[in-house]
Design a protein around this ligand. Sequence first.
Ligand code: SAH
Ligand code: SF4
Length: 393
Amino acid sequence: MTEAAAPITQDVLTIKRILPETGKTNIIGLTRDQLREALIAAGTPEKQVKMRLGQVWQWVYYWGLRDFMAMSNLARDYRELLAANFVIELPEVVTRQVSNDGTRKYLVKVAGGHEVEVVYIPEEGRGTLCISSQVGCTLTCSFCHTGTQKLVRNLTAGEIVGQVMLARDDLGEWPVKGQPKPEQRLLSNIVLMGMGEPLYNFDNVRDAMRVVMDDEGIALGRRRITLSTSGVVPEIARCATEIGCLLAVSFHATTDEVRDALVPVNKKWNIATLLDALRAYPGLSNSERITFEYVMLQGVNDTKEDAHRLVKLLEGIPAKVNLIPFNEWPGAPYKRSSGNRIHAFADIIHNAGYASPIRTPRGEDIMAACGQLKSATERARKSKAEIAREAGL
Ligand code: SAH
Ligand code: SF4
């Protein structure tokens, strides 16, 4: 049985900053302070650094430029200095699949040859990018495909920001000089709901989101970003204080017994402890509610009694409940609840005064729906028996 794992170490951080092949620093993912330091270390005079930082930042994150020599408001010498010391590198897109419903899934290669998946979901007047925070996940939730992948490492801030940038590349969404800005963004929202537990890689996730939110660059508002956690209690408050984004919690059960089997991290921080942390969440208000994600598993957590218990547990927390019909994957030990069950459950929550939308599965035909992500090329797989054992089946 896999216990709730400890946070994994950050040793990959250095891999991406200074690329071993070239000795050059990748600009992508550096915070403003880090980039400032790096520009000084590369020879930028202190009295120029504020201006240079602003210029480089804008080229990279507002215009989406990748070529230092095309940074036309910089002196030629300075462009050469940049090119000699830095690179602007994104993770490599290995494959791109487009679903019948327009959902796009990118398989992306990061340092060390590992792969993660990124999903773009177009919606009416907006679009959401679902990004990954780790290769695989240490938390073996029994209904989640990612949780069956053995290999895990944290993504660097650059690899997280890079996912947003490569999606903007593919959508053709960088501004073009001399052309008016479109009124609506194609990539208007970000959810940290891909592979991995973002709160086990908090510092990198925070730095990446600060880059993405920065007003002089990609400039996505903090309320357009939602971080989903399985319930890593000690880190929850930092979402509000250090990022300011919205919070979603993978709740999925109304008793500790069932939640222990579905979300093993519950053995470390049980339902009562998790709810205490949510009640104390610094960002909580009626306009910024916590989303409770609840996967609908036939015969496991989908009864009317469950719905009533859930309402009781939510008492006093500004919340909405997002019901996710289970998305199947090869070898999954569960089935999706029937439509009737899901609607009956939603009605009970709704009648108690909480929004209870049922999430429409998107991109199922390309295995891009919630919980289906796992790099297909990942060889180290858990067996069906291991998954079932961990699920307590
Ligand atoms: N690790 C984070 C974020 C990634 S998962 C977390 O667990 O919150 C995003 C959401 O999809 C979570 O609520 C997760 O529980 C849910 N999910 C995982 N597998 C699923 C599946 N097979 N079907 C439907 N939802 C699933
Ligand atoms: Fe990890 Fe989230 Fe999947 Fe659980 S549901 S295994 S925390 S990615």
